[in-house]
Design a protein around this ligand. Structure first.
Ligand code: FCB
Length: 440
């Protein structure tokens, strides 16, 4: 990744008072202590050979379960006012499992950092399957239990993380747990997650929660050319990865054609799915350039995309890429948010960027600083254009278990030595701390 392509040397933009500034993590990627919880589909998946690039598992990960005090101290020193973590459903379901989140919540509150838990970040209890409708109501039970335990101290909740990626990678392409390769037959897993989200919103409201959202992954889709075939392929991709997960929440309807692929009559479910939200969480990493299908298997971003897909994903030329191969396009964030405002209008609640960041090695991570600087400026341009943005969370606090990439992709502001588990703040940690000081 070339150095410093976007970082401007002008003063950082000023965001509104009360803005939520944070970092994000997820339970399976950092906690470890796998022996102190029930197994998840990720344990089963990573136990099979060849699934994870470096053959690793998250059994220990960053050992955050035992080192959470040190990690909360890092948050306090960083100066964030919020921390997005996830509650592991398999841990919450095990005896005493919620005690850990109770301790973490207290530690955060004592440090003046607002806890913003995600109630599901891909670590489904082993034995459950999103292809089963019943998993949605099981999730609502999990949510009620967590809210009953932590709701006296936590007001802001995120239901699910990225049902789009979870469906695509976990059920359609087989790159993530549970490893399904169902292509379009994976769509019921999307519907059941969306239903789970709606039921969770109701369960949270019943517990008295007032500030509820989701963390959905979105990015602009760019057609490869002005040719009709490329435009149609890009439109289809956009429908599948963006609108399929935003329209039912914000408009109460599936995009034309896709509702028919869902299991049974979903009319009543859409009422549940479109329960009003207090904020809409967006995980943004990059736009995607899409062209007409080429009828051949392609490699993209570590994935093998099968030939039968009705589109091809292409490289975006002329921009830097991260070590993951993801293009660095900050202005895509402005485009995404203004596009959402135009498409959803008043139905779009205030937006919070629930993830944004990049992978790359090294303690002097100038490329990450350039990435974050560029994206914060792009976010500010969306604000200036009238989008109601209320918060921003960097992915991630710590280097961690990056799913099928194992420990080979480092997204942290803080370096973790996976031999000794020592934490060392990177240059980007100091940069973000300095930036946050300008916002007080
Ligand atoms: C997102 C996931 C998160 C992390 C980042 C890099 O899709 O939500 O867990 O893997 O990508």
């Amino acid at each position: 990744m070339p150095t410093d392509p976007y970082a401007s040397r002008t003063a950082p933009p000023r965001f509104p008072d009360g803005f939520l500034w944070g970092v994000s993590t997820s339970a399976h990627q950092i906690e470890g202590a796998a022996d102190l919880r029930e197994p998840s589909v990720w344990d089963t998946f990573t136990a099979a050979p060849g699934r994870v690039k470096d053959g690793s598992t998250a059994a220990v990960a960053c050992d955050h379960y035992h080192r959470y005090r040190e990690d909360v101290a890092l948050l306090a020193d960083l100066g964030v006012n919020a921390y997005r973590f996830s509650v592991s459903w398999p841990r919450a379901a095990s005896p005493g499992g919620l005690d850990f989140y109770d301790r973490l919540t207290d530690e955060l509150c004592a440090a003046g950092v607002r806890p913003v838990p995600t109630l599901y970040h891909w670590d489904l209890p082993a034995g459950l399957d999103w292809l089963d409708r019943d998993t949605a109501s099981r999730f609502a039970d999990h949510v009620s239990r967590v809210a009953a335990r932590l709701g006296d101290r936590i007001t802001r909740w995120i239901t699910l993380n990225e049902p789009a990626e979870h469906t695509l990678l976990g059920h359609a392409l087989g790159a993530h747990a549970p490893g399904g390769r169902l292509l379009f037959d994976a769509l019921p897993a999307a519907h059941h997650q969306l239903l789970a989200h709606g039921l969770a919103v109701r369960a949270l409201r019943a517990s008295g929660a007032a500030d509820i959202g989701i963390a959905n992954s979105h990015g602009p889709t760019w057609p490869a050319s002005g040719d009709r075939a490329d435009i149609e392929a890009a439109d289809f991709y956009d429908t599948l990865l963006n609108r399929l997960f935003a329209d039912p929440l914000l408009l109460g309807a599936y995009p034309a054609g896709l509702g028919d692929l869902m299991p049974g009559d979903v009319t009543a479910d859409l009422e549940v799915i479109s329960e009003p939200l207090d904020f809409y969480g967006v995980n943004y990493y990059a736009p995607t350039r899409v062209g007409a299908p080429q009828g051949t298997e392609i490699e993209f971003g570590g994935l093998t995309l099968p030939a039968e897909l009705p589109f091809t994903v292409l490289d975006i030329e002329g921009v830097p890429v991260t070590d993951f191969g993801w293009p660095v396009v900050p202005e895509g964030l402005t485009e995404l948010l203004t596009g959402f405002r135009d498409r959803y209008g008043d139905r779009l609640p205030p937006v919070v960027i629930t993830e944004n960041g990049c992978s790359g090695d090294g303690l002097d991570d100038q490329d990450r600083i350039a990435y974050l600087d560029g994206h914060l400026r792009a976010l500010h341009r969306a604000l200036e254009a009238g989008v109601d943005v209320r918060g921003y969370f960097v992915w991630s606090l710590l280097d961690n278990f990056e799913w099928a990439e194992g420990y080979t992709r480092r997204f942290g502001l803080v370096h973790v030595d996976f031999g000794t588990l020592a934490r060392t703040p990177k240059a980007s940690y100091g940069w973000y701390r300095d930036f946050l000081r300008t916002q007080r």
